[in-house]
Design a protein around this ligand. Structure first.
Ligand code: BES
Ligand code: MN
Ligand code: ZN
Length: 484
């Protein structure tokens, strides 16, 4: 699928189908290309079909319009008040759903929110097909119509940006959807190596290299699996040299069985998604040369399985992280923070001005915020605000949870410095996760995104996101990096 600008003149000379967006209470949205007479005729037809323009509603009518007899798809936006770019992204997703198997070409007549429309089309066109090839979509390209040549450059930019964002999101979705045994740490490291070139360098640290660096916390988790762990460190350097540097760090637990603190069967079902943080980091690096941020970006992820194999780490074990802190393991299912501890130490060592970690860290965040809102925590209010603002631009929601100082008491160990779970069981699980991670960032400005609820859903999460991996929060990260 691709989405490109189409001059109105070209549209007038061919027969392709067109699509318009319609508000429930305010009529056509940004359909400047249509004359008043055409609008009247279209509205009359839509009225005949009892089209109400509610969200998700799509209606097809045939009429003479823009010089030809055409099929016109009208897509509902719902009420105008409170509508946002997300309204258009979802409507574009509905449109794609209605036409994916039917038409070869469609031209969208809408001068508002072109990037969101293009994203909605591209993201809705996504199917996970690594194991099962379905019927090929007939719709291979869509176009957004430009009325006047002045708008051309802006529309081209919007389409290009949408393509970059969608290719990153779909890349993350593919990886997260992949079966857990088919994404060993080594195979994902190999994938990272393929991203080398055009400003990106990749270092893969094997078990021995990690041990040399003192990553005892990460390696503790990895002990239960026969597949060796890897720590992957990617660096993007912009052409113009800069002292500005940020790091993004992902949790890469390729499957989380819980380890010896084994999860019940049902809680384990979707645990191939426990590498969504790492997949997001990889996805950013897949398109970083297209995005061309002006700053140096470090992408780090720790990849392992969490399994109860013969040499698995045990409740009661004490692990030592790269910064020397010792951790008493009370529950081997709180493995994400142990894996991230060393990844964050490595990130802090790069002396970045900001660290952002992404992790499917706690079930508690799913209870608190559900599948549409991710948790955000951090030690620097400006950085938290910057990520929230980027989330707002990308229409991905984040809700801040406080890193309550008093709760630190609950992760003080008996025989080591830290505990990997709280003594106050069942209380503030996501905050506890954040407080634990904070111990490993060496005081650097840092934000933690808990994406356990948002990265993977058991039902369709939007018209443009089928069930399974959503690819969130990749668009937020790209927005943030692009604005730095
Ligand atoms: N990977 C899970 C968190 C998770 C839950 C991700 C649901 C996606 C959906 C994490 O490693 C975990 O098991 N967390 C435990 C922590 C507890 C033992 C303190 C949890 O949330 O139950
Ligand atoms: Mn776990
Ligand atoms: Zn986990």
């Amino acid at each position: 699928m691709n989405v490109t600008p189409l001059p109105l003149k070209t549209l007038e000379s061919d027969h392709r189908d067109i699509a318009v967006f319609v508000y429930e209470d305010a009529g056509l949205a940004g359909a400047k290309a249509l004359s008043n007479a055409a609008k009247v005729a279209l509205n009359a037809k839509l009225h005949e079909e009892s089209f109400k323009a509610g969200a998700k509603e799509v209606c097809r009518v045939d009429l003479d319009i823009l010089g030809k007899h055409r099929r016109v798809f009208a897509v509902g936006l719902g009420k105008k008040k409170g509508s946002t770019s997300e309204t258009f992204r979802r409507a574009a997703g509905s449109l794609l759903g209605a036409i994916r198997s039917k038409r070869e070409k469609v031209a969208v007549l809408c001068s508002e929110n072109p990037q969101a429309i293009a994203e909605g089309l591209l993201l809705a066109a996504y199917k996970y097909e690594e194991y099962h090839k379905g019927d090929a979509d007939k719709l291979t390209s869509a176009a957004i119509v430009i009325q006047d040549s002045g708008a051309r450059v802006a529309l081209e930019k919007a389409c290009a940006r949408a393509a970059t964002y969608a290719s990153a999101v779909c890349f993350a979705r593919d990886l997260v959807n992949r079966a857990p045994s088919d994404k060993t740490p080594q195979s994902v490291a190999d994938l990272a190596l393929t991203l080398e070139g055009s400003g990106v360098t990749v270092t893969v640290m094997d078990k021995v290299a990690c041990a040399d660096m003192g990553m005892g916390s990460f390696l503790g988790v990895a002990r239960g699996s026969d597949h060796p762990p890897v720590m992957v460190h990617m660096v993007y350097k912009p052409k113009a040299s800069t002292k500005k540097r940020v790091a993004i760090v992902g949790k890469g637990v390729m499957f989380d069985s819980g380890g010896l603190s084994l999860k019940p069967a049902q809680s384990m079902e979707d645990m191939k998604c426990d590498m969504a943080g790492a997949a997001s980091v990889l996805a950013v690096f897949k398109v970083i040369a297209e995005l061309k941020p002006k700053i140096e970006v470090h992408g780090i992820f720790a990849a392992t399985y969490n399994m109860p194999g013969p040499d698995a780490y045990k409740p009661g074990d004490v692990l030592k992280a790269m910064n020397g802190k010792t951790i008493e393991v009370w529950n081997t299912d709180a493995e994400g923070r142990l894996v991230l501890a060393d990844a964050l130490c490595l990130a802090a060592k790069q002396e970045p001005q900001a660290i952002v970690d992404l992790a499917t860290l706690t079930g508690a965040v799913v209870v608190a915020l559900g599948s549409k809102v991710a948790g955000i925590m951090g030690n620097d209010s400006r950085l938290v605000s910057a990520l929230k603002a980027a989330g707002k631009r990308a229409d991905e929601a984040f809700c801040e949870l406080p890193l309550v100082e008093d709760y630190k008491e609950n992760i003080k160990g008996n025989i080591a410095e830290l505990l990997n779970i709280s003594k106050a069981r069942g209380e503030a699980g996501s905050i506890i996760g954040g407080l634990f991670l904070q111990e490993f960032v060496d005081g650097k400005p840092w934000v933690h995104l808990d994406i356990a609820g948002t990265a993977f859903t058991s039902g369709e999460s939007a018209t443009y996101a089928p069930k399974g991996a959503t690819g969130s929060p990749v668009r937020t990260l790209l927005e943030w990096l692009g604005a730095l």
